[in-house]
Write a protein that binds this ligand. Structure first.
Ligand SMILES: [Zn+2]
Length: 170
């Protein structure tokens, strides 16, 4: 395990010699974008994951600001969570730019489709994306055993928060 601390982030990296490079990542984030786990919790989680995935590179990062956690090439479209209509990427990008100017501290905006207030974090991304200060990335864990090892339940019980899985491809 390697730990790095700067003014902007704290990260823990587990990089076994046997790890192989892949463009497929599983990102795990809390559903609350502002949630900050303690260092102790971050260590417990990465140790737990390193036991489940001893041959995969795993990184845990807690950033000072909320970040957009994207799905890379898996990003296809985004829908309004209130009325289900497709949101034009250009319109979404404009709302993203506005929110980014405040370091994503406020994710609410007014939809064009149904003229209601919602959050960039609540929109229906295909495939899923999210916003978070805290993220865990596992390189190429494979989708098969996620349920088997109770990954979601275990992490949720460590941080006492709901989590989201984001499958990214680069
Ligand atoms: Zn709408």
């Amino acid at each position: 395990m390697t730990e790095n601390q700067t003014d902007e982030y704290f990260e823990i990296i587990y990089k076994p010699k046997s790890s192989i490079f892949s463009g497929d990542y599983l990102k795990i984030i809390p559903s609350d974008p502002n949630f900050e786990p303690t260092k102790e919790q971050q260590k417990i989680i990465i140790n737990h994951l390193a036991k489940e995935y001893p041959n995969n590179e795993i990184k845990s990062t807690l950033s000072k600001n909320v970040e957009f956690i994207d799905s890379g090439g898996n990003f296809d479209s985004v829908k309004c969570n209130l009325c289900g209509k497709n949101i034009e990427i250009e319109d979404w990008q404009n709302d993203m730019d506005r929110a980014y100017q405040n370091s994503f501290s406020n994710l609410t905006f007014q939809t064009l489709c149904c003229q209601k207030e919602t959050s960039l974090n609540e929109l229906e991304y295909n495939m899923p994306c999210g916003f978070s200060k805290y993220q865990i990335e596992i390189i190429n864990p494979g989708i098969e055993n996620i349920e088997q090892i109770g990954l979601i339940k275990n992490i949720e019980s460590i941080i006492d928060k709901k989590i989201k899985l984001i499958w990214a491809h680069y």
